[in-house]
Structure formats: C-alpha cells, structure tokens
Design a protein around this ligand. Structure first.
Ligand code: TRP
Length: 329
C-alpha cells in the first residue's frame, strides 16, 4: 500500500478552500492509503512564534482537522515535535545538504525578503527538515500545493543523494500526489483567483456568522447583466461557484435564472450565500470548539499519533544509522 504524507502548517486556520480542496480528499484517502498527517510545529519556529501562542496554534489546527473528519484511528495524526526521530534524521541529512542549493530555494529567498532581520539557519534548512518529515516514513506520495513543489523536489534530491552516497536503497523518492479532477478550486471573495489565507479573501471554518455575513456582503461584484444572455464576469462566476458548493441546487438555479433574465440583485444573492455558508460551517465550527476544549481527547489523539509515528520513524532511523556506520558498543 502506498504511503501518503502531508505536513500541515501550525499557523493559519482552515478556510472553505482548504475544506473543499485537500481536506475532503484526505478524509477519503485515509481509508485507502497508509496516511500520515502531522502538524509542522518545528517548521513554525523559523518565524519565532510567541511561546504563549505556540501550543494554542497547534491545538486549534489539530481540532480543525479532527472536526473536518480526519480519523486518528485510520490515519497517523501527530505533532512533529512529538517525534524526536525527525530532528535526528534532519541533523544527518544536513551533512549532505549544500549551502548553494539551499540558498537558491525560492521559499528561502522569499522568506529572507519577508523577514530580513531574521534570516536564520532554520529557514535555510527548511527543505531539509521537510525532507526528513517525508522520508522518515518512506512516503511516496505527498499532496502539496504549487508553492511547495520545489521543496518536494529537494526532498527527492536528498533521498536520492543518500541512497547514492551509501550505495543503498533506503529511501524511495517521494512524488507529488495529484488530486486531479477531484480537486475543487474554491474562489475567493475579492473577485479574482482562489481562496487563500494571505489574501484575506477567505471564509474560515471557525468564523462566526457575523463576520461571515460581513465578508460575503463585501464581496466584489460587477454592474450587473444588461441584456439577456450576458456573459458572466469572474467575480460573479466566483459567487456562483460558492453557491454551488454550499447551497441547494434550487437556490443556484434560481439565481442563475435571475442572472439570465437580468432581474438578479446581487445583494439578495450575497444574503442567501452568507446564510448558506453559515448553515454549512456551523456544525463544523461547533465541533471545532468542542474538540478544542476537550483536552483529554486531544491528549489521547496526540499520544496515539506519536506512538504510531515513532514506530514507523524509528525503524527507518535504525536503517539510516546503520548505513552511516553508527554501531553500538
Ligand atoms: N512546508 C509545508 C507548508 O508550508 C508544510 C510541511 C512541512 C510539509 N513538512 C512537510 C508538507 C512535509 C508536506 C510534507 O505548507
């Protein structure tokens, strides 16, 4: 069975785009593959989070993933910093990662530009830690967005280099997991492009109704259709796409017909869309809150995850140490 692994940022809450994109697929995949999902809290240290926030960030993200249907029994769901084998492999991989190639990585260059006063070594070796995350479980499929493709390419390179250097086949080369047709792209509310966190154009799963209404009512539209059969502009198509995923087919058909005969009022569409998003996200939001506050349950989940992850990781690490030449006295 193929091993799938996904690293989850410990900052940034899930939005509707994440939900209809990767997460819906994860929920299915966890029963079809050997799946590892983990929260990359070590990676988050590259931006120096406040000690008072670190744990709550991890807890929130964990609660959100559990609330959307990740099953800790089916998948291995864990926190990166609970698995000491990962930093150990990272240390060894660092010995075969070269300054030049790390400096040329796009994500490094972007971050160095974003935080010129904090260009730390962790930022430079971010792709090495990410490679350790992946290859410690010998994962072969990694669902990543466009922005992470180069990091995955580096993981392949580090895996291959280790194998070649020692003349072994310890690590398979991880490839991108392509959702293909199944990936629904959810547009943002700013008229163009897809929903994302950085753009502030997204609706979060944990967002309260008041804030959802405000954001949806402020969504970009156009001046409206003037003749029957007018082409639909991107901002309006985006609102229709959102209706498609959260509203009933009747609601969608109603507004499509109103658009076609030019009687549509975008205010009505937005009001309906906001209520349908609220109806859709409300049960998820309630689950997030109740899971987030259930420390006992979360404790159980992470302990079980760490145990399963460490069982897999320590097996690989044993092979790595032996390959490198470490021997017990
Ligand atoms: N770098 C990824 C991101 O920013 C998170 C991540 C860390 C990751 N380790 C990983 C993703 C391993 C996939 C595999 O989104």
């Amino acid at each position: 069975m193929e091993t799938v692994l996904s690293g989850i940022r410990s900052t940034g809450n899930l939005h509707l785009g994440n939900y209809f994109g990767a997460i819906k697929n994860f929920v299915k995949m966890q029963h079809e593959y050997r799946c590892f999902f983990f929260i990359a809290d070590y990676h988050s240290l590259t931006t120096h989070p406040k000690p008072a926030d670190l744990h709550d960030n991890v807890r929130q993200v964990l609660a959100e993933y559990l609330a959307t249907g990740l099953d800790p029994e089916a998948a291995t769901l864990y926190v990166q910093s609970d698995v000491p084998e990962i930093p150990e492999l990272y240390l060894m991989l660092n010995m075969n990662a070269y300054l030049g190639e790390l400096e040329r990585t796009t994500t490094f260059k972007d971050k160095a530009r974003q935080q010129p006063d904090n260009v730390n070594a962790g930022l430079l070796t971010y792709p090495v830690l990410m490679a350790a995350d992946i290859i410690i479980h010998k994962a072969t499929k990694v669902p990543v967005g466009k922005d992470q493709e180069q990091n995955l390419e580096m993981a392949r390179k580090f895996a291959r280099r280790f194998n070649t250097m020692y003349g072994v086949e310890v690590f398979p080369e991880p490839e991108a997991f392509n959702f293909g047709e199944q990936l629904v792209k959810i547009p943002g509310l700013d008229g163009t492009g897809k929903m994302g966190k950085s753009d502030g154009n997204g609706i979060y799963l944990a967002e309260d109704p008041k804030s959802i209404r405000k954001k949806v009512m402020a969504a970009v539209t156009d001046s409206g259709p003037t003749v029957p059969g007018s082409p639909v502009s991107e901002p309006i198509q985006n609102l229709f796409t959102l209706l498609e995923v959260v509203s009933t087919p009747d609601t969608l058909a109603h507004f499509q017909a109103a658009y076609a005969d030019c009687t549509i009022r975008y205010g009505d569409l937005k009001k309906q869309l906001a209520e349908d998003i609220i109806r859709f996200t409300e049960p998820i939001r309630e689950r997030i809150v109740s899971i987030r506050d259930d420390r006992e349950y979360l404790g159980k989940v992470v302990r079980m995850g760490a145990e399963k992850a460490r069982a897999s990781a320590s097996q690989t690490l044993r092979e790595v140490r032996e390959t490198i030449g470490f021997k017990p006295f």
